[in-house]
Design a protein around this ligand. Structure first.
Ligand code: AMP
Length: 287
């Protein structure tokens, strides 16, 4: 695996690859690599000849500077894990490489769906996230980019951005690929933030996936959306130390709340805080 830190070095490797007719797949991350990230690398390897991964903790997408400072960083271990998983090129840019001359201008806005759920809890988060993804896409010029289903609202907004940037096929289309959420043996969705949970908090963190499982069972029993919602919220009532932020059923095609009588697959999204760690999860539920 080649490790580079500059835009010029990425461009060199990618252009050589593309000239020879090969395809490039990209997996952007903020590091603290776990099996969730590595599963995206696996998908990328199946799609393309050159797999590029990046690690960049993007200051623009953090609402509080404390959260940015606390975000775990483990460059050496991350590089080892990504190399083992088969990444060809690892891009480790400095803040200045991504935002030259201290220009932290927001170039992408997430619109209405960027202001609800995660966007409401973290104002500006999605504008910052889209701005860095767009900048990374411009640098890496991938044919494919792989993102996790774990961050469903993020994935929805990235798809929306890519579609919007390519209305007439002006820009090279980037195919966005979704990788499934990877969980531990108990069902907890893997996340870099889990490292900050104590053993007892790890138990409480299971409330999110348990709520989703209960909702799914209620839907199977024919309880419809009200039954699914009630079952999921009851799990939180029984575990008040997991502080529920939102629980909602949205249409995956629009991210709008599902309407009465909805049939098909809805996405149940959930966010809760355990200790001082904010956790999110989601799952598809069939009605
Ligand atoms: P992050 O480093 O948290 O910004 O995540 C980088 C990428 O990994 C994003 O596309 C996430 O959606 C994805 N990801 C994070 N956790 C998981 C997981 N448990 N399963 C699958 N993908 C994940």
């Amino acid at each position: 695996m080649k490790v580079v830190r500059t835009v010029a070095d990425v461009a060199l490797v990618v252009s050589r690859t593309k000239i020879s007719g090969k395809k490039v797949a990209f997996v952007p991350t903020m590091g603290s690599i776990h099996q969730g990230h590595l599963s995206l690398v696996e998908i990328a390897k199946k799609q393309a000849d050159l797999v590029v991964a990046s690690i960049f903790v993007n200051p623009l997408q953090f609402t509080s500077s404390a959260d940015f400072e606390l975000y775990p960083r483990s460059e050496d271990a991350d590089a080892k894990a990504l190399a083992k998983a088969g990444v060809d090129l690892l891009f480790l840019p400095t803040v200045d490489e991504i935002y030259p001359d201290g220009n932290f201008e927001i170039t992408q806005t997430a619109g209405q769906i960027g202001k609800v759920y995660e966007g409401e809890a973290r104002p500006g988060h999605f504008d910052g996230m889209l701005t860095v993804v767009s900048r990374l896409f411009d640098i890496v010029q991938p044919d494919y980019a792989v993102f996790g289903a774990k961050d469903a609202q993020q994935l929805f907004l990235i798809r929306q951005m890519v579609k919007g940037q390519n209305p007439l096929g002006v820009r090279d289309p980037i195919e966005i690929i979704e990788g499934p959420t990877i969980r531990d043996s108990k069902g907890l969705a893997l996340s870099s933030r889990n490292n900050r949970l104590s053993k007892s908090q790890l138990g409480l963190a299971l409330t999110l996936s348990e709520a989703l499982a209960e909702a799914s069972l209620a839907a199977k029993r024919g309880g419809g959306a009200p039954g699914a919602y009630f079952s999921a919220s009851s799990v939180f009532t029984l575990a008040p130390e997991a502080k529920l932020d939102y629980l909602a059923l949205v249409n995956p095609a629009s991210f709008e709340p599902i309407e009465e009588g909805f049939t098909g697959q809805a996405l149940m999204i959930v966010a809760a805080t355990v200790g001082d760690v904010r956790l999110i999860d989601n799952g598809l539920i069939t009605f």
